[in-house]
Design a protein around this ligand. Structure first.
Ligand SMILES: *[C@@H]1O[C@H](CO)[C@@H](O)[C@H](O)[C@H]1NC(C)=O
Ligand SMILES: *[C@@H]1O[C@H](CO)[C@@H](O)[C@H](O)[C@H]1NC(C)=O
Ligand SMILES: *[C@@H]1O[C@H](CO)[C@@H](O)[C@H](O)[C@H]1NC(C)=O
Ligand SMILES: *[C@@H]1O[C@H](CO)[C@@H](O)[C@H](O)[C@H]1NC(C)=O
Ligand SMILES: *[C@@H]1O[C@H](CO)[C@@H](O)[C@H](O)[C@H]1NC(C)=O
Ligand SMILES: *[C@@H]1O[C@H](CO)[C@@H](O)[C@H](O)[C@H]1NC(C)=O
Ligand SMILES: *[C@@H]1O[C@H](CO)[C@@H](O)[C@H](O)[C@H]1NC(C)=O
Ligand SMILES: *[C@@H]1O[C@H](CO)[C@@H](O)[C@H](O)[C@H]1NC(C)=O
Length: 901
């Protein structure tokens, strides 16, 4: 909005721009034509949000575009202005990474440059010089020569969209973007073939226009192109005759876009240069969720239920964290990784044993509907042989009635649960390798760690044996010489058994300060303690006290600021173990995760050096009674950024990392809208195999999921719960549970509740029902009144739709059953608006009423009260103990706790 009308320029910005090289063009939007030489950057056009050119009718604009408001990727793009739909991007594979980097128009053509002036994208070279760049009323960006002839145009190079009056020739395709903020080519394609328009994922089709009920076939013929206009979508023959059409009510502008989710969307606009609500709401296809190749993740089963769909796993499979919401064999065997053809196994074992797991009856694969069988007229066993012999085959489907054999190659998506009668003849089998041999990659790290230990150990045993043998010889030679004190010392220092030898070794390693023999690949910079003292000015400026120890401000020799965390209470942890963990954390890079710059381990000192986030943690601006308020847009950006960071921790790393302590204090902010998660992975990263068995206890009261208080496993969904609480606090601008909660309403037995100090019983018993904001939010949701939930201090400066979205997403995150909570990836998608918003389920949130009421007073039945009391006590203990890394709650015996790794 407001894109067509540039606002007056702030004086500071004006100065900045005047100082820049291209001052002449500063920040005025040109209409239709631009003459070389011209350049634009996001910074130069910052008050028009990067827009530098608009079409004559105002419908389309050309811009240096940063999708999703992230600050890392800028594209030369054409947008439909009123709806801010990006319909074309020049440099989708090579984004500009700097706000000051230029898009340049010269007589040689268009180019985009890196910050240091290297071209990262450019138009090809032309025989005649470029005279102008034109954006016409249809959204076509063209380079013209002196005779106004087109040298090059964006309509010829579509990315993921097609607009009215543009056409896509047969043989060409649209490619979806990776995400709403990254325009790199994603995994879905729309291809126009000579017969049809098809959608595919990893080479397998999941939709054909001709099969869809929305399409009407007009005549036979060879398709030459696909086009969209005011009356619909068309597949046209070379002579313009209509072969297949999707008739739609009249509209001035239509945009066809292949979404990041694999759905094809046709949006309609009654008038091209306004976002006025269209006459029809457009078309989204495939319309049913189960028709998407990844509707339920890899190997998940999608069951349609009216318009909605549900995900389960096949009979012999169980939910897996490998892929979002996907499934894996429950017998411990593993499916073959895609691209396992390369034969990159470490040689251990040589040929792995291949076997197949049946999917059971009533399960179909979407791709068999659209692709011809690999072989017809075969029998089931030859179908299996075919798959076994083909290393890119991940599974096969055999149809008894037609004797057809289908192979799933390269990648395997979701299955569709069908009415058993219609799929009676089809049986599916997934190729697996037995679980005997652990995956080669974890083997390698294991070897990297174990090998040096084993070698040193063997050496010591050998040396020890030699020493003992020679000592005995000496003794024999010396005859009955009385034993002196010197020999006693020798004896004590010499290993008597292999066990004590290795114990010596480990202790020696840990005591020596220069443990540079701990060679672990990927370690970040190692600092000496002197260097740390220098950078922190002898720990002069303390900027916080996190869950693991105090944090100090520091400065590296290169001038960059850092936060140095002095970890306390890790006496039991070995150096090698510590370094192994550091190597993992140090290799995690994501814009929404605080970056580890280095570490120090000397003696018993353990220090971590992180990048510095100058605005501190989210709790300060969010909860402080005075000072500038976090505006709604900022809160939305924080929510999305934090969600992306957590999603990356859960799904983006080789090792799944569960944060375990998601709360505003661990979300850090910095200028430029940076949002980063802190304190991840310090003790708790898990291999995929372990993720279900995580039983150590940590966390902060108020963000603790119900499963902490039961024996249920702690999984990534535990973080989702904590994040849901943070979302509600972002909406409300206050702690979910006010600091002074009830102590009950008197009575001897109630003294055990005693959740925290400082509350007055009288006031809390009156107001405590409203004290528990999650319950208030649930009631607001049930009444459909979302606006009232927003922070009153914002005085209505909120986007009502977004408040509703955030509350709904938050409530979904709080579902009592961890399996019913969305994954962090889905949470991020829903917050961004790129994924369909799920509806919270009231029955899965009933426990909030118990929590809310429990704190109101002990009037409920005994059982409920016990749960609440137990929970409160447990939570309280955790809170008091959670300040040290190894501070396990004292009421649990150490044998109940397994070390995290
Ligand atoms: C919208 O387009 C119409 C004709 O296409 C034109 O008359 C009108 O001025 C345009 N409005 C704006 C704001 O550019
Ligand atoms: C410019 O910077 C990029 C990375 O930002 C680098 O890859 C490239 O080599 C640099 N080019 C020159 C000429 O310095
Ligand atoms: C814009 O350019 C394209 C490609 O040359 C053309 O098909 C379209 O008709 C033009 N639109 C207008 C409004 O001139
Ligand atoms: C090119 O087009 C512009 C505007 O459309 C017009 O002013 C100019 O005269 C044209 N030039 C030629 C050589 O046709
Ligand atoms: C779609 O087109 C691309 C090239 O434009 C091609 O690489 C791909 O194989 C095609 N996919 C299908 C399913 O035809
Ligand atoms: C859209 O294109 C079809 C096929 O070329 C044509 O029959 C129809 O008249 C066009 N509609 C409009 C509004 O131009
Ligand atoms: C399914 O969706 C259609 C169109 O959106 C709607 O009219 C219909 O009521 C929905 N059916 C159910 C069961 O929700
Ligand atoms: C098959 O479909 C029919 C009607 O659609 C339904 O009544 C029946 O329950 C379905 N059977 C199974 C096993 O899902």
């Amino acid at each position: 909005m407001g894109m067509g009308s540039p606002s007056p320029m702030p004086p500071l910005l004006l100065l900045l721009i005047l100082g820049a090289r291209q001052a002449a063009h500063a920040s005025t939007i040109t209409t239709e034509l631009i003459i070389p030489d011209f350049s634009a950057s996001y910074l130069l056009f910052i008050d028009t949000l990067g827009v530098f050119l608009r079409s004559r009718n105002g419908a389309f604009v050309a811009a240096v575009y940063n999708p999703g408001g992230q600050k890392d990727r800028y594209y030369l793009a054409v947008l439909h202005g009123p709806s801010r739909t990006c319909v074309w991007a020049a440099n989708r594979a090579a984004p500009i990474t700097d706000t000051a980097a230029l898009v340049r128009l010269t007589s040689a053509g268009l180019s985009t440059e890196d910050a240091n002036g290297t071209a990262v994208w450019s138009t090809p070279s032309f025989s005649s010089p470029v005279a102008a760049l034109r954006l016409n009323d249809s959204g076509n960006l063209a380079l013209l020569d002196g005779d106004n002839a087109t040298l090059w145009q964006s309509f010829d190079r579509p990315t993921d969209s097609l607009v009215s009056s543009q056409s896509l020739p047969a043989g060409e395709s649209l490619a979806s973007a990776v995400s709403d903020s990254d325009m790199k080519e994603g995994v879905y394609r729309l291809n126009v073939t000579t017969a049809d328009a098809v959608l595919s994922w990893m080479g397998s089709l999941y939709w054909r226009l001709s099969n869809d009920a929305i399409s009407v076939k007009d005549r036979d013929g060879t398709v030459a192109s696909m086009a969209v206009n005011g009356t619909g979508l068309y597949l046209l023959a070379a002579n313009g005759a209509i072969i297949i059409q999707v008739p739609m009510p009249p509209a001035e502008l239509r945009i066809v876009q292949l979404g990041v989710d694999g759905k094809l969307q046709i949006s309609s606009f009654a008038s091209a240069n306004s976002s006025a609500s269209p006459m029809d709401s457009g078309i989204v296809t495939p319309s049913r969720g189960c028709d998407l190749p990844l509707s339920c993740g890899a190997l998940g089963v999608c069951t349609a239920n009216g318009n909605a769909s549900a995900c389960t796993c096949p009979r012999l499979f169980a939910a897996s964290h490998e892929h979002d919401n996907g499934c894996a064999p429950s017998d411990g065997s593993t499916t073959l990784p895609s691209g396992s053809c390369k034969g990159d196994d470490g040689g251990a074992g040589g040929s792995t044993a291949i076997s197949y797991i049946s999917l059971g009856s009533g399960i179909a694969y979407y791709a068999t509907k659209f692709s011809p069988p690999a072989v017809s007229g075969s029998n089931a066993s030859s179908c299996q042989k075919l798959c076994t012999g083909n290393c890119s085959c991940l599974g096969y489907f055999y149809d008894d009635s037609s004797r057809s054999c289908y192979l799933a190659q390269h990648q395997i998506g979701s299955f569709i649960s069908t009415n058993s009668t219609s799929a009676a003849g089809t049986s599916g089998y997934i190729k697996v390798q037995s679980s005997q041999s652990p995956s080669s990659s974890s083997n390698k790290t294991l070897i990297a760690i174990l090998l040096p230990t084993v070698i040193v150990f063997v050496l010591i045993v050998v040396v020890g044996a030699v020493v003992i043998v020679s000592w005995r010889k000496n003794e024999r030679r010396a005859g009955r010489r009385p034993s002196g004190p010197s020999r006693d010392v020798n004896l004590r220092r010499q290993p008597r058994s292999p066990g004590s030898a290795s114990a010596h070794l480990v202790r020696d390693l840990d005591n020596e300060d220069d443990v540079d023999d701990v060679v672990i690949p990927g370690l970040p910079t190692r600092f000496t303690h002197n260097e740390i003292e220098e950078m922190t000015n002898s720990y002069r400026t303390k900027i916080g006290a996190g869950g693991f120890g105090a944090v100090y401000k520091g400065e590296l020799p290169d001038g960059s600021l850092v936060a140095v965390k002095r970890i306390e209470g890790v006496g039991t942890q070995g150096k090698r173990e510590f370094c192994t963990e550091i190597a993992v954390i140090g290799n995690i890079h994501h814009v929404n995760l605080v970056r580890l710059r280095g570490f120090c381990t000397e003696g018993h000192r353990r220090l971590l050096v992180y990048e510095y986030m100058n605005r501190g943690s989210l709790d300060r601006p969010l909860f402080r009674p005075t000072g500038p308020l976090l505006e709604w847009k900022e809160r939305m950006d924080i929510a999305v950024g934090a969600a992306r960071g957590l999603a990356y921790l859960h799904f983006g790393c080789n090792q799944r990392i569960i944060h375990c302590d998601v709360k505003p204090e661990n979300i850090l902010l910095a200028d430029g809208g940076q949002v980063k998660i802190a304190d991840f992975g310090l003790a708790k990263f898990l291999t995929p195999e372990q993720s279900g068995l995580f039983t150590t206890m940590r966390g902060t009261r108020g963000y603790l999921a119900p499963e902490w208080l039961t024996n249920t496993a702690i999984t990534d969904r535990t973080d989702v719960y904590g994040f849901g609480m943070v979302l509600l606090e972002l909406v409300h601008g206050r702690k979910n549970r006010s600091e002074h909660v009830s102590e009950g309403t008197g009575g001897a037995e109630d003294s055990t509740i005693n959740t925290s100090s400082g509350g007055t019983a009288a006031s809390s018993s009156r107001s405590s029902r409203n004290d528990y904001f999650p319950l208030v939010a649930l009631e607001g949701h049930e009444a459909g009144r979302y606006a009232e939930l927003a922070d009153a201090r914002l005085e209505g400066r909120v986007v009502a739709k977004e408040v509703e979205r955030m509350v709904k997403v938050a409530l979904c995150c709080l579902h009592e059953d961890p399996q019913m909570r969305p994954s962090m990836a889905v949470v991020a998608g829903m917050l961004e608006g790129t994924m369909e918003l799920r509806e919270p389920r009231a029955q899965a949130l009933g426990f909030l009423r118990l929590y809310g009421r429990g704190f109101a007073g002990p009037s409920d039945g005994n059982i409920i009260k016990q749960v609440i009391v137990g929970g409160a006590v447990a939570a309280d203990r955790i809170r008091s103990e959670a300040t040290t890394m190894s501070g396990w709650p004292s009421y649990m015996s150490s044998s109940e706790l397994s070390e995290p790794r």
